[in-house]
Design a protein around this ligand. Structure first.
Ligand SMILES: Nc1ncnc2c1ncn2[C@@H]1O[C@H](COP(=O)(O)OP(=O)(O)OP(=O)(O)O)[C@@H](O)[C@H]1O
Length: 244
């Protein structure tokens, strides 16, 4: 059996600018970034260094101004908008700090949205949504609206929504920073289980050092560039605490 890890995401020499004229800023500075299949990769670095911008470029929601962006072997930087939208809907799930649930819909209805977008019938979408809510421990809350749920429960609904169409790449921007320790742990255990599937990858931007230990790999970013990648959270923790 091959032991070669295949990359789910490969960015090469990516540049991104914002603004025009004197206000033009170089936010991603010819950076590389890789995320292998079957791993949970954390992207860390100081505020404003470009982490969210990098996530947006690899999710195809922002265009790069130069360089190459491959997701599952497809050059998304070369895709036409309609093809990119289809690719994203099929392959990528998103989780944000603010759960972005629709307040007037029940948990199950929220979770079913990606399937409805894919053209599935209401009945099929709701059945699958309930199954995934069961998996995240919220089967008993399927009929509740978000306002009746705690922050941790809302984030688990958001995770169920991000997983319901079985995307191979899960992109998370600060998924635990609005949660207490217990709910943060539940959410990270779920995300780690997703990343353990051989054909999936989870990428998390975070400032939350409580969750570093869940990473298989840490990419460190500063001033628009990923400057190194360590292949275990333990290594980075040891380095930062000054112990070997
Ligand atoms: N749409 C935009 N227009 C102009 N500048 C932007 C835009 N989005 C981000 N920036 C700037 O690009 C830089 C990088 O922002 P980005 O949000 O990617 O950083 P970050 O590392 O995610 O920060 P944080 O950790 O605070 O979320 C910042 O200086 C920000 O002000």
């Amino acid at each position: 059996m091959s032991t070669v890890t295949r990359d789910a995401v490969q960015m090469r020499g990516v540049d991104k600018y914002f603004g025009e004229g004197d206000a033009r800023t170089h936010v991603l500075k010819t950076t590389d970034f890789d995320a292998p299949l079957g791993e949970l990769v954390m992207l860390v670095g100081p505020s404003g260094c470009g982490k969210t911008t990098l996530l947006s470029v690899l999710a195809g929601t922002l265009n790069a101004d130069g360089g190459q962006v491959s997701v599952f072997g497809e050059r998304i930087d070369q895709m036409k908008p309609a093809a990119l939208t289809r690719f994203r809907a099929q392959n990528i799930g998103f989780i944000f700090q603010q759960f972005n649930l629709i307040p007037t819909l029940t948990a199950a209805e929220n979770v079913s949205v990606p399937l409805l977008i894919q053209g599935k019938s209401n009945a099929v979408a709701l059945k699958r949504a309930r199954d995934v809510l069961e998996r995240v421990g919220l089967g008993h809350k399927a009929g509740e609206r978000p306002s009746k749920l705690s922050g941790g429960q809302q984030q688990r609904v958001a995770i169920a929504r991000a997983l319901v169409h079985e995307p191979r790449l899960l992109i998370c921007d600060e998924p635990t920073s609005a949660l207490d320790r217990e709910n943060g742990t539940l959410v990270m255990q779920l995300l780690r289980d997703v990343a353990r599937s051989a054909d999936r990858t989870v990428i998390i931007v975070t400032h939350d050092s409580r969750i570093y230990r869940y990473a298989d790999r840490m990419a460190e970013m500063e001033d628009g560039r990923v400057f190194r990648t360590l292949d275990s959270a333990v290594a980075i923790a040891a380095e930062h605490s000054g112990h070997g």
